[in-house]
Design a protein around this ligand. Structure first.
Ligand SMILES: Cc1cc2nc3c(=O)[nH]c(=O)nc-3n(C[C@H](O)[C@H](O)[C@H](O)COP(=O)(O)OP(=O)(O)OC[C@H]3O[C@@H](n4cnc5c(N)ncnc54)[C@H](O)[C@@H]3O)c2cc1C
Length: 456
């Protein structure tokens, strides 16, 4: 057997597994197989000039490679059990928080020191939200920013590279059970290991499903979040973002009693394209370095859709809606809130004259032709609710980009060790369906590495 442990996927889950194994049991032979590029070779060809839209690279540099989907993210590590995944349901609330704090310590040791930690503890904004039928969720958030996040990843890689075998450009095709472990099969060969940690994130969701079918691992799936990204002048939200950086606010609509929530807030940030399985959706970034800041803040407003029998393909539903926006707009669509409210599309002239300058070059259009009415109504209600705590949110010039879709992986059946029904086969991070965030995915990696290192 060539390896003690093989890790599939070099996102935060896989990286933190490798890091913890190196720290706790350096004598183990560990390999990481990653479908994408090393960190320094990750480059999306879209430059807004020569290449304006997705050219469908063999591996998407935004989602794949060392650092995973988190490499160019805003690097917000939320330390909380209130959102970002349900890791605590497997390992317990205290343990989950302890591991997220440990991950934060490692990030600080590797270039993150000096970045700011924000907290909702004791904030008066909680009361303001409550008074306006909004709920502010509890969290501490470390904001690394896209720039420092990249530095931290680079430093962690430098520590790992001589102790762990990295195989980049090597998407794993199959995992097979052997008499004393697992065989990991890729295009030009295979390797065997005793323990296998699968951490393939969102981009590996379809592959994960295949592995679960092949190895008879039970799964369930029923959720997708759909919505828009809102962009407005940073000053409108500055009282929230200056104190909390990221505020996770939930609203229950009066009309349908659906829950709409803010997600991924980027003060003075930029709106960006995201590519999931060839479908272009929208996301956002911001930077730790104030010099790189813009005049705008952006955040998503998402509505969760849960499906029940007989429909199981919640991600397929989300993809179809995103495809519709790609069909109408060639990619992401942008619309002024005032145009949406007046039932007309935005056009290039109205966007050019808009007081809020878009930070993403998206196609002006009509989001009401894309999003189901129930979701659109919920988003509009939420915008008016937010307008009460941040006046100006419902201004005509507020920009809405669509669609933003948060795909959830089907949930893989794993126990308190994050181990499947096959002893020694662990599924962690977003690929397990249990985590949906940097901190939860990273913490799940540490948890499994400690279990393996303990030898029990
Ligand atoms: C633009 C953007 C911004 C984000 N911002 C934040 C944020 O600020 N805060 C936050 O908490 N979360 C954020 N997220 C979510 C966060 O990035 C993910 O929750 C996190 O990266 C999940 O980590 P992971 O290790 O589980 O999976 P991933 O990071 O998705 O990594 C999985 C890796 O596995 C590889 N892989 C997949 N299949 C295979 C295979 N068959 N063989 C080999 N390799 C494979 C992929 O190439 C990928 O590199 C953001 C996501 C995006 C896309």
């Amino acid at each position: 057997m060539k390896y003690d442990v093989i890790i599939i996927g070099a996102g935060p889950g896989g990286i933190f597994s490798a890091y913890e194994l190196m720290e706790k049991k350096p004598e183990l032979k560990v390999a990481v197989f990653e479908g994408g590029n090393p960190l320094e070779s990750r480059k999306c060809p879209i430059d807004g000039d020569k290449v304006k839209s997705c050219i469908k690279c063999p591996t998407c540099s935004i989602m794949s490679g060392f650092g995973g989907a988190g490499a160019f993210s805003d690097g917000k590590y939320n330390i909380t059990n209130d959102f970002g995944g349900t890791l605590h349901e497997h390992i317990g609330k205290e343990k989950a928080i302890e591991l997220m704090e440990y991950v934060d310590e490692i990030n600080m040791k590797n270039g993150g020191e000096g970045t700011k930690m924000y907290s909702t503890a004791g904030t008066s904004l909680k009361k303001l939200c409550m008074q306006n039928k909004l709920t502010l969720l509890e969290a501490s958030v470390r904001h690394l920013g896209t720039d420092i996040n990249y530095v931290v990843l680079g430093n962690i890689y430098d520590k790992l590279k001589d102790k762990v075998d990295f195989h980049f450009h090597t998407p794993v095709e199959h995992v097979e059970k052997t008499a004393d472990g697992f065989k990991v099969i890729y295009k030009d060969g295979s390797d065997e290991c005793r323990d296998c940690i699968v951490s393939v994130g969102r981009s590996g969701s379809k592959w994960m499903e295949q592995v679960c079918n092949e190895l008879d691992i039970p799964t369930k799936s029923n959720r997708v979040d759909i919505g828009v990204r809102v962009e407005l002048p940073a000053v409108i939200f500055s009282h929230l973002t200056d104190e909390l950086y990221e505020s996770k606010i939930v609203y229950q609509t009066a009309k349908f009693e659906d829950r709409v929530r803010t997600f991924c807030m980027n003060p003075r940030g930029i709106v960006v394209n995201e590519n999931t399985n060839g479908i272009v959706t929208v996301n956002g970034h911001s930077f730790e370095d104030p010099a790189k800041g813009t005049d705008n803040t952006n955040f998503a407003l998402l509505v969760a859709k849960h499906f029940s029998e007989p429909f199981r393909d919640s991600n397929g539903y989300g993809e179809s809606i995103a495809r519709l926006s790609n069909m109408l707009g060639g990619g992401v669509i942008v619309q002024r809130f005032g145009d949406l409210e007046r039932g007309r599309r935005s056009n290039a002239k109205r966007i050019a004259e808009n007081l809020v300058r878009p930070t993403l070059n998206a196609t002006p259009g009509d989001l009401s032709l894309v999003l189901p009415k129930r979701i659109m109504d919920g988003i509009i209600e939420m915008i008016y609710a937010l307008d009460k705590i941040a006046p100006g949110t419902a201004n005509d010039d507020t920009l809405l980009y669509g669609v933003e879709v948060k795909f959830y992986n089907m949930e893989v059946e794993i126990d308190e060790n994050l181990e499947t029904c096959h002893k020694g086969l662990y599924v962690i991070g977003d690929g397990s369906g249990v985590t949906h965030s940097l901190s939860h995915a990273s913490a799940s990696g540490v948890h499994v590495a400690r279990k393996i290192a303990s030898g029990n």
